[in-house]
Design a binder for this molecule. Structure first.
Ligand code: OAD
Length: 243
């Protein structure tokens, strides 16, 4: 696959890119949390029924993400961005901050951010790294005293800033998808949009995603093995380089 100076790269990442940093994926083995399916604690209904359980879940995820480190795949994407500048756009379904800590700047978290919370009434997200693990410690808004929730897009809610995502997809010439099972929409449908525009599409991961047939290329393997080799420096030095 060629990447020319005219190409615009749209990258979509999922839980698999952070797996080798020690963060569990959703649907693999270990995808359960304290016996719950993630869908059972990541919904507005779960929040209405038991906010302590929901905050306990996200506090644990905060704790895990704080102690995790970016891996070679996160770093490879940050290096690629350094080369491509505004011709690079990273859309992640992940709520951890490992892409940012690897150096990514042109990044959008379509499912929200683990290290932000927001008031359920004012709706304004703010930075928050605190852990809320018992009912007595659940946060409330300093301004209006309404409950504060994780700034996460739950099942049944609309992902953040889809307009920008579709605009970026619209000017992409290559779609690179890394470490996502292709089971959650709208992200799983990006490859179909790309196909309508005849954009070249590549998937990287150790097993086929559910939407496998939609991709032009499937590169089977772990993200930390494949991504660094895709952007080896000697290839990037050429005006026309290869993935
Ligand atoms: P999944 O858990 O569904 O899929 C993870 C994918 O990562 C699988 O296809 C694995 O094969 C792949 N994988 C595992 N190890 C890998 C590695 N070392 N390198 C590359 N790939 C690897 O996670 P997502 O597809 O990200 O949404 O899940 C999508 C959404 O569903 C999440 O954002 C979350 C979840 O429920 C919300 O919370 C709204």
């Amino acid at each position: 696959m060629h990447l020319t100076p005219q190409d615009h790269l749209f990258v979509l990442t999922g839980a698999g890119i952070s797996a080798e940093s020690g963060l569990a994926t959703f649907r693999g083995s270990g995808g359960l949390w304290n016996g719950y399916r993630v869908e059972e604690v990541a919904t507005p209904e779960a929040w209405a029924a038991d906010p302590t359980l929901v905050w306990h879940f996200y506090s644990q995820r905060r704790r895990n993400a704080i102690s995790a480190q970016p891996n070679a795949a996160h770093i490879a994407l940050a290096q690629l961005e350094e080369q491509l500048g505004d011709r690079f756009y990273l859309c992640t379904q992940n709520v951890d901050d490992l892409h940012e800590r690897a150096g990514s700047e042109r990044i959008h978290h379509m499912h929200g951010s683990l290290f932000q919370s927001r008031c359920t009434r004012c709706n304004q997200p703010f930075p928050d790294v605190a852990l809320y693990e018992v009912a007595e410690a659940l946060p409330i808004c300093a301004k209006c005293s309404a409950p504060v929730r994780p700034h996460i897009v739950w099942f049944g809610e609309i992902p953040l800033d889809m307009d920008t995502i579709y605009r970026k997809l619209d000017c992409a010439s290559i779609l690179l998808v890394v470490g996502t099972s292709g089971s959650v929409y709208p992200a799983a449908g990006f490859v179909h949009i790309a196909n309508q525009r005849r954009v070249h599409t590549v998937y990287v991961g150790p097993e086929d995603p559910l939407n496998r047939e939609a991709f032009d290329e499937i590169l089977l393997g772990n993200a930390t093995e494949i991504l660094p080799s895709l952007i080896r420096e000697d290839k990037l030095k050429n005006p026309t380089h290869y993935f």
